[in-house]
Design a protein around this ligand. Structure first.
Ligand SMILES: Cc1cc2nc3c(=O)[nH]c(=O)nc-3n(C[C@H](O)[C@H](O)[C@H](O)COP(=O)(O)OP(=O)(O)OC[C@H]3O[C@@H](n4cnc5c(N)ncnc54)[C@H](O)[C@@H]3O)c2cc1C
Length: 381
């Protein structure tokens, strides 16, 4: 078959590779002038630091097949993600752990004492939390909520935590140990030569043709037996039912010499600091040495028509619009919507690869059975 992948990010690359290995002719288009989508990495010309161009990307997973897959194309080196936050003129450890609690309250509590203490300060008058704020107050009380959740959440989502659903905070967001490893997954690492190098190797197959700086339009589909579309779902339908809401990010890049902040990510919890965090990219490659350093100040705001969509908002209004687009998509033939934009979901890289592998296998099975490949291998709602 002649197959088209729209988008040279992980979704398009992984499905494209599988199809090429099965002997199909694969064309991959991307509107950008580079491969790897939002995971794109490149060396900064001035300092030589490997920069995560669209924001920091840490690979972490419990999925052994996905871990084996990425290691087939790139060497992953050990990396432990640690994050700090500057709040109320102090630096604290994140995720909130025994160190954070003891430091914040100037105490020396052991785990059971801290657990009892947090239960004591939690707002037990809230019995049925409806909002993010109520849920946080019920779990951790007003001090920790103000210092670590309120300002950051307002800046990240552009709304008060009183307008966000309680479901965002599902579990008590506190650890009663000194473990400050941001992720709990069995496998965690960073690609030795960056994610773009990895995607380049995935795409390195005689059955794959990559065309960059080429925007997909629906008339192009006629030349192909099937399209895998990893662009924005609403964009496929020319936004005819409205635009799905996203947050976008602005990165203010600056360079310094030496080590600017001593860690990869420093959050800023206070609402009067306009940015949410600063990332210092050389800490994502701790095995490299550079005299200079590259940092991004990260600002979050509503996504306009010409901005890059980053985080899907997925509140009530957006879910209703999503329902309309899912109906339209289900009525299409010859196209499958994949990836973070095609299904309007936040997907970590490992989940993106898992879904791409499953989608590719489902397509091959449908082709073998002579049955129709659905518009979504994984329903977005
Ligand atoms: C700020 C941020 C931080 C993240 N950090 C992490 C992290 O630490 N760890 C982690 O596991 N995951 C992280 N992720 C998630 C990760 O970015 C995604 O899992 C991954 O990018 C999804 O790949 P994709 O191929 O589905 O989409 P994308 O990477 O977005 O690729 C889609 C591609 O399609 C192209 N495209 C769109 N429309 C068209 C069109 N009409 N014509 C041609 N091309 C088109 C785009 O240019 C893009 O290159 C993060 C995401 C964000 C937003």
């Amino acid at each position: 078959m002649n197959l088209l992948m729209v988008g040279a990010g992980l979704s398009g690359a992984v499905i494209g590779r599988m199809m090429a290995e099965e002997g199909h002719d694969v064309t991959i288009l991307d509107a950008r002038d580079h491969i790897a989508g939002n995971c794109h990495t490149e060396r900064d010309a001035e300092t030589g630091v490997m920069v995560h161009v669209y924001g920091p990307h840490i690979f972490h997973t419990d999925d052994a097949e996905v871990w084996e897959y990425v290691n087939r194309y790139e060497t992953f080196l050990p990396y432990k993600h640690q994050v700090r936050t500057t709040s109320q003129q102090q630096v604290f450890s994140l995720p909130i752990n025994l160190h954070t609690i003891n430091q914040y309250y100037r105490k020396t509590m052991r785990p059971d004492e801290a657990r009892a203490f947090i239960e004591e300060v939690a707002d037990k008058s809230i019995t049925d939390p409806q909002t993010f704020e109520e849920q946080a107050l019920r779990f951790v009380g007003p001090d920790i909520y103000e210092a670590f959740f309120k300002g950051y959440t307002m800046k990240q989502w552009g709304v008060s935590p009183t307008e966000l659903p309680a479901s965002i905070l599902k579990r008590l967001p506190v650890r009663f140990s000194y473990d400050d490893n941001y992720f709990f997954h069995a496998y965690q690492g960073m690609p030795e030569n960056g994610y773009t190098d990895m995607v380049e190797r995935i795409l390195d197959h005689p059955g794959i043709t990559v065309k960059l700086s080429t925007r997909f339009t629906r008339d192009m589909a006629e030349a192909y037996d099937h399209v895998f579309y990893s662009g924005p779902l609403d964009g496929y339908f020319d936004y005819e039912s409205g635009r799905l809401g996203y947050r976008t990010l602005d990165f203010e890049k600056f360079t310094e010499t030496g080590d600017y902040q001593g860690c990869a990510v420093m959050n800023y919890g206070d609402v009067d600091v306009p940015y949410t965090r600063i990332t210092e990219h050389k800490h994502f490659s701790p095995w490299e040495e550079h005299e200079g350093t590259v940092c991004y100040r990260e600002f979050s705001r509503e996504c306009g028509p010409d901005d890059i969509p980053y985080y899907p908002i997925r509140l009530m209004e957006e879910k209703a619009m999503l329902g309309t687009y899912v109906e339209k998509a289900n009525a299409e033939t010859g196209v499958t919507f994949v990836g973070r934009l095609g299904t309007y979901r936040y997907l970590d890289m490992d989940v993106t690869i898992r879904e791409a592998l499953d989608t590719g296998r489902a397509f091959l099975q449908h082709a073998a059975d002579g049955t129709r490949m659905p518009a979504f291998a994984k329903p977005p709602l």
